[in-house]
Design a protein around this ligand. Structure first.
Ligand code: FES
Length: 104
């Protein structure tokens, strides 16, 4: 397992891209819960955040790709609007221990 950060590094209702070795990840906090996805838009297979910053919109309910505005449900990764509607972000398994976040 590899440590990628701590819950305190990621504010609630936010979605930030991080790099973990060769893996580009999206770390999503929504209503206190944590979700991690590959930072790889199903539309073009590019990262969702070329401009950086949080991708959370609608109060954290949705994640919005900065390239062509596809929207994904934060806690499932399902694309509900935009060019990849019906597809989904790929979830990444992780373990929380004392607030530390480890990839499985
Ligand atoms: S690359 Fe994400 S919507 Fe086009």
């Amino acid at each position: 397992m590899s440590l990628i950060g701590n819950l305190e590094d990621f504010p609630d209702n936010s979605a930030h891209g991080i790099q973990a070795g060769a893996l580009a990840l999206l770390v999503v906090r929504r209503a206190g819960e944590l979700f991690i996805y590959e930072n790889n838009c199903p539309h073009t297979r590019e990262t969702l955040d070329p401009e950086g910053g949080s991708l959370a919109v609608s109060g954290g309910l949705l994640i919005q790709c900065q390239r062509h505005a596809a929207e994904f449900i934060a806690d499932t990764g399902e694309c509900v609007a935009g060019p990849c509607q019906g597809e989904a972000l790929s979830p990444i398994p992780f373990t929380l221990s004392g607030g530390d976040i480890y990839l499985d």
